[in-house]
Design a protein around this ligand. Structure first.
Ligand SMILES: C[S@@+](CC[C@H](N)C(=O)[O-])C[C@H]1O[C@@H](n2cnc3c(N)ncnc32)[C@H](O)[C@@H]1O
Length: 470
């Protein structure tokens, strides 16, 4: 099957995006960091390490804590730790990122030029356009169902959905008989307001009558949009899910192998330095150690994100029941990396234990864990490197067209620079990966085993294979 998408790749012009050159560190792989010198990073509870100084975490300068407002989360955590003892890294991360009053995403938001980190959709419109094409390509390959929900988890500023909806509009003739709705799962009130303005062109009123969707509006292109706090609130139905740099923001547990067996890394208050946090090890196994460390584990340090597992289980069940697909894009590994927990503030690496609530905290996604949590309910594809996925999706053709359509040198330079950011193996090209959940029948004909020659071949999945154009 060939898709009528060449015309789309060949149209349009560059839309304004911030100058990617203006940013320092993005949320890039920590591989470029120098090895940690000095004593081992984790120690038993009887000999706790001091709170990790920033120099151990980053190659650049570390950001210091700011004013009094910035210390509110630290004070809250310090009180809690003094009252009830150390907490898991997952609990620390959850508080620091999504505490309803002082959490980083709740209060600060963080994505974009004036924030703490930049993401691919914020760098170039081409990224979102190619993802929009991926969904249309899959919709066509799955027999053009007459309705679908686009469900984005953690939409940031809404830029990615905006670019996808523009593609849907440009392909209105193909999608004309399809009833589309958009469902955004966003925990941050601040970011949901920004998304509403980006996608609908205005502020959207809260939606108190509906218990599940806390806001609703209509996109600039006429598509209904709903906002939820939790994926469980999204109504069932044929759905295309999208999670771009979402799973890396979910809380992780950290475990360290010791002579006495596996121990969980905890966050505690330093008894000798007021309001300073430090890592310690649990004195014995914790419930998480028992549940999440596999007997065959060979690494000495492991990070597990159970919340990601629960969400992937849900996506896989929904896709198995109602149809659709999920596309996950994030930095990550296939069950091989160890210590990837890090912080970002003002586009610089930031000590994860310093000034909680003022910096983005993140850890690489373990795609092998996501694959396992799909529990065979769907097929999985990837992870495949971002530069391979985008190349397969036709980024080179799209770049050429935008270059041809742009008159001035500054715009052309900007286009080339953002292409380099997305594709260069040293930048985002190699450390960001794409991973997909698809119904089994999308990859293998149900009756293929019995009658291998009975059906024509299934269309390849774009991105993981080359996009077919006409
Ligand atoms: C790193 S940002 C990525 C934003 C966007 N996808 C992008 O690539 O530009 C993470 C997003 O997930 C949201 N988020 C974080 N934790 C969440 C949770 N537990 N439930 C829903 N949204 C969450 C944040 O508010 C933010 O919108």
């Amino acid at each position: 099957m060939v898709l009528p998408l060449r015309a789309l790749l060949a149209g349009g012009r560059r839309l304004p995006r911030p100058a990617a050159a203006a940013f320092g560190d993005r949320r890039l792989c920590p591989l470029s960091l120098p090895p940690v010198a000095g004593p081992p990073r984790w120690a038993p509870l009887s000999a706790p390490l001091p709170a990790a100084p920033a120099a151990r975490l980053c190659s650049g300068e570390a950001e210091a804590a700011g004013g009094d407002g910035d210390r509110a989360m630290l004070r809250h955590l310090a009180r809690k730790l003094r009252a009830s003892g150390p907490v898991t890294v997952a609990e620390y991360m959850r508080e620091a990122l999504t505490n309803p009053g002082q959490g980083y995403y709740t209060r600060r938001g963080g994505v974009g030029e004036s924030g703490d980190f930049i993401t691919s959709p914020e760098i170039s419109q081409v990224f979102g356009e190619l993802i929009g094409i991926w969904y249309i390509s899959e919709w066509m390959a799955m027999g053009k169902p007459n309705t679908f929900q686009l469900v984005e988890l953690g939409p940031g500023r809404g830029t990615l959905t905006e670019d996808i909806l523009r593609v849907f509009k440009q392909l209105a003739s193909v999608l004309s008989k399809c009833d589309i709705s958009v469902h955004l799962v966003e925990v941050s009130p601040k970011l949901s307001e920004i998304q509403a303005v980006m996608l609908t062109g205005e502020k959207v009123q809260p939606n108190p009558e509906d218990e599940s969707a806390y806001m609703k509006g209509i996109s600039k292109t006429g598509i209904p949009i709903f906002w939820y706090r939790d994926i469980q609130d999204v109504p069932p139905g044929y759905s295309f899910y999208l999670a771009h740099e979402f799973f890396d923001a979910l809380p992780i547990h950290k475990f360290q192998r010791t002579e006495k067996g596996w121990r969980e890394v905890l966050v505690d208050i330093d008894p000798e330095v007021p309001d300073q946090l430090r890592f310690v090890l649990s004195p014995s196994r914790t419930p998480a150690t028992q549940n999440f460390i596999q007997p065959e584990e060979t690494r000495d340090h492991v990070e597990v994100c159970p919340e990601a597992g629960v969400i992937v289980q849900r996506l896989a069940s929904q896709i198995e029941k109602d149809g659709g697909a999920a596309l996950v894009a994030d930095y990550g590994h296939d069950g091989t990396k160890t210590d990837t927990f890090r912080g970002f503030r003002n586009h610089k690496l930031h000590d994860v234990l310093s000034a909680p609530g003022t910096a983005d905290l993140t850890a690489d996604v373990d795609f092998s864990y996501l694959r396992k949590m799909a529990q065979g309910k769907t097929a999985t594809l990837g992870p495949i490197k971002q530069r391979e996925f985008l190349k397969n999706m036709g980024i080179d053709l799209r770049l050429q067209v935008l270059l041809q359509n742009s008159g001035d040198t500054a715009t052309r330079e900007q286009l080339l620079h953002s292409y380099d950011m997305l594709m260069n193996p040293e930048k985002m090209g190699d450390c960001f990966h794409f991973f997909a959940l698809l119904p089994h029948h999308r990859l293998v004909h149900p009756d293929k085993k019995d009658k291998p020659e009975s059906k024509s071949p299934l269309p390849p999945v774009a991105g993981f294979n080359e996009l077919l154009l006409k």
